[in-house]
Design a protein around this ligand. Structure first.
Ligand SMILES: Nc1nc2c(ncn2[C@@H]2O[C@H](COP(=O)(O)OP(=O)(O)OP(=O)(O)O)[C@@H](O)[C@H]2O)c(=O)[nH]1
Length: 532
């Protein structure tokens, strides 16, 4: 095939008469468009970027082309607004909106929507351009080429329209290359459709249509000193939702989740973001919202969801929610704020559900250091010679001393990743402590639970733990355990493993030994804290 064939071949037609344009211009245009195509193949540009890339290549190689624009939309569109406008005569389409009417129907844009064939017109002579002839001439436009684009998959139609400052320019250059270009750009449109659909699917929860967890993480705005100062998060969990599933069936449960999602969307501002966080958990991210405003909104959402029953085919359901509220610090991202909201959500559940709990630092020290409550727990070996000796044996590897396994629940999961935690077992609560440790194990929240029991006079007095929560994004360890249990079967992100404890005199007791699956009632519900 010769270069001339390339330009003048029309599918299904014999080769056309070669145009009058200089071969050098044809070569330059062919090279430029081929390079643009190669770029599209090797770079993941979005459709608009792809169009503009091709237009730039075309305008560089063919200076007589003064203007290009494109449009993609439904075949029955009532208006066409030129997009991706490029070229020195772009002023011609500034603010141009083509409404479908008797005059525009016969114009080039709407005729391209009707037919699937490339069109060329000489503006001076051809009648469809009569209404616009003067404007065209003001911008030095003499001929036009319209390329139809079609996305078979979605049924979208589209067009690329180019204008040159010379009559018959495109005919003279030859139409074969432009026909191939139309095919290529049509493929770009198809790809764009597919990409948009995949992006939508990847960002949305299919049941509720809300954002999913990943897309919320991806779309959080940049944080840091001097940027967005006050933002807050609400973590919502439906109360006793299992009962709805058990008594009304899973489909009814799904309808309740959808209704709650709608009520959440109706109750927030357009700048707020609502995501389905997990099974029956939702996250609302509130930009520019300090803690008190977030608490008020949480109360109104709780009211909006719980006060009006949800109508279902088999009879209505009243669904309440518990909500944890936390403010994001200026320099922090979503994750730690969600962990704090999760901590207080757990409190809201413990205190009877259908309520809002707000995370605030619990001690003056914690408030002063602006750290989560767990970090205010004892950090030094107690004043006991034997325990001090243990601490010495362990050569400072114990990073936290706790006065009981129950206190572990106060830690955020992130805090204990890679930590060695020593638990001091109160003699009167040995069994209770053991039970709590068993629960943590059976909830699969903790990896690498190496425990070493320390005895005095034949009685255990302390357990050292090397703890690595599996689910770094959970809030408290219990929250993490609950999350992991819900998602059992999914692969949680790997957490860094904790350094092993050095051996001590007494034989290690591995609580991680195989155990039967957790039995009902919920093995992860912690017992109430010890009475002082
Ligand atoms: N129908 C339906 N149920 C779901 C979906 N995702 C999670 N669930 C259910 O949500 C329920 C969550 O139960 P639990 O974690 O025990 O919590 P709960 O019953 O709401 O109790 P509290 O949170 O303690 O008030 C389980 O029955 C899950 O099967 C879903 O997409 N559709």
């Amino acid at each position: 095939m010769t270069l001339s064939d390339l330009f003048h071949r029309q599918p299904g037609e014999p080769p056309r008469r070669p145009g009058a344009a200089a071969p050098a211009e044809q070569v330059a245009l062919a090279e430029s468009l081929l390079q643009a195509c190669a770029h599209l193949l090797t770079h993941r540009l979005d459709p608009d970027e792809s169009m503009r890339w091709v237009f730039d290549a075309l305008l560089r190689a063919a200076p007589r082309v003064r203007l290009c624009w494109s449009w993609v939309g439904p075949p029955d569109a009532l208006r066409i607004v030129p997009g991706n406008v490029c070229g020195p005569a772009r002023g011609y389409v500034d603010g141009l909106v083509l409404e479908r009417n008797q005059v525009t129907e016969s114009g080039p844009a709407f005729s391209l929507l009707r037919q699937d064939q490339l069109v060329t017109h000489n503006i001076r002579a051809d009648s469809p351009y009569a209404p616009w002839r003067q404007a065209y001439q003001q911008h030095g436009l003499r001929s036009v080429l319209g390329l139809p684009l079609r996305s078979e998959r979605s049924g979208s139609r589209g067009m690329v329209v180019m204008y040159a400052d010379q009559a018959d320019y495109f005919d003279q250059l030859g139409l074969g290359m432009f026909d191939s270009l139309a095919t290529l750009l049509g493929a770009v449109v198809v790809q764009a459709d597919q990409q948009n659909r995949l992006t939508r699917e990847a960002q949305q929860d299919p049941l509720t249509g809300l954002l999913n967890r990943r897309s919320l993480y991806e779309h959080q705005p940049p944080r840091g000193p001097g940027l967005e100062r006050c933002a807050s998060v609400l973590l919502l969990d439906l109360d006793h939702f299992k009962t709805v599933n058990d008594e009304r069936g899973h489909l009814a449960g799904d309808e309740v989740l959808k209704a709650v999602a709608r009520r959440l969307l109706d109750g927030v501002r357009s700048a707020d973001r609502v995501a389905r966080w997990g099974g029956e958990e939702f996250l609302v991210w509130l930009p520019s919202t300090p803690l008190e405003g977030a608490r008020r909104l949480a109360e109104s959402l709780r009211e909006r969801i719980g006060s009006v029953p949800i109508a279902l085919p088999g009879g209505e359901v009243r669904q309440t929610v518990s909500i944890g509220v936390a403010e994001m610090r200026p320099d922090e991202h979503l994750e730690p704020a969600v962990a704090r909201a999760d901590e207080v959500l757990y409190e809201a559940k413990r205190h009877g559900r259908n309520q809002v709990c707000v995370w605030r630092p619990t001690t003056p020290e914690a408030a002063a250091s602006d750290r989560p409550p767990g970090t205010a727990l004892p950090n030094n070996p107690p004043d006991d010679p034997e325990l001090a000796l243990i601490g010495k044996q362990l050569d400072g590897q114990i990073t936290r001393w706790n006065d009981g396994a129950e206190r572990l629940f106060g830690y955020s999961a992130q805090e204990v990743i890679g930590r060695n935690i020593a638990l001091l077992l109160p003699a009167d609560r040995l069994n209770e402590e053991q039970r709590i440790l068993d629960r943590l194990q059976s909830g699969e929240a903790i990896d690498n639970l190496e425990t070493t029991r320390l005895h005095r006079d034949g009685h255990p007095i302390a357990v050292t733990l090397s703890v690595t929560p599996l689910w770094g994004r959970g809030g408290t360890i219990v929250g993490a355990a609950k999350t992991v249990r819900r998602r059992r079967g999914t692969e949680p992100p790997a957490a860094p493993s904790a350094p092993a404890l050095p051996p001590v005199d007494t034989p290690p007791v591995h609580l991680a030994a195989p155990r039967p699956p957790a039995a009902e009632p919920d093995p992860l519900q912690p017992t109430p804290p010890p009475t002082p």
